[in-house]
Design a protein around this ligand. Sequence first.
Ligand code: F6R
Length: 369
Amino acid sequence: EKGGYDYFMLKEIAEQPKAVADTLLGRIDAAGSLTLDEVRIGAAELREVDKVVIVACGTAFHAGLIAKYAIEHWTRIPCEVELASEFRYRDPILDRQTLVVAISQSGETMDTLMALRHAREQGARVLAICNTNGSTIPRESDAVLYTHAGPEVAVASTKAFLTQLVACYLVALYLGQVRGTKWGDEIRDVVRELSRISREVERVLETMEPVRELARSLADKDTVLFLGRHVGYPVALEGALKLKELAYMHAEGFAAGELKHGPIALIEEDMPVVVVAPSPRGRSVLHDKIVSNIQEIRARGARTIVVAEEGDEAVVPYADHLIRIPVTPTLLQPLVSTVPLQVFACELATARGNEVDQPRNLAKSVTVE
Ligand code: F6R
């Protein structure tokens, strides 16, 4: 049942290109328009939406954080992302014009379910992004966009995360299409890139051996830090979460710009720091910033592990280890940059003798608050 893999997690990591392709299937037509018929919230209602609020937990929350960048950039609708467990108990401001997006692989997470019930009581419309057909969260939502990752067995979420990202991009692009905001060449390019992204995920998977080797060499470390900017920041958070839950290591993700506001004090000689570098093209200001962040931490002794686009030469002099990812549009980069971090955590956990599919103290579906 593990299809020749030692762990479900390895199998599920390997299934990501297919999961991504399946989630896109039938949702983008030949002309590059989106057809999300399942989203039973009418175009007129979607045009009235004046705020998007995303609620989720854990890895799904990280997908939501990335979605915010896409939604605000492509649609110009303000978007908030909140941990479901916080949202529920803080009296959020919602009304009929608020679109609440609840992201959940299992569809049974109690915190997310309570958040969506609370949202509906306030009159907001709820769209679920979910991987489990007929589960409670989509049943209680106004509409659902299913991710087609297939069953995810390993406790640590991998392929579900990538498909949650795809679904979030589709929602963002669909909102843009329906509302006519920013629908131009940039969006058309993104849609085209999105429809071929599964091949890029596959290419990343083909180059993971050095990442495994690196992970094994770090098995006796106590701490690994992760840094990113823009959409690379939630990717850093996700990389750290995977390492915590699988390798039981102290791992933290930071926005690289926050370094000097505190976290840089943590850096010690030979401490591994994974940096997710944004594309050097287009938003080069962001890239310049990350290069100086890498220089700063390296000057303080960090062992830098840099995830960077193919052709990004500026990071090379400061990278003790370089992990290459394919060139993608900035907002789509998490679909490729997350994959090495999953492999890294999985391999480190194995090297430390941990049970990869069933980490201690965790359950696949958290049905209590
Ligand atoms: C991490 C992980 C958890 C889940 C979270 C939400 O690898 O699996 O953080 O992402 O418990 O679960 P769902 O998506 O089922 O609501």
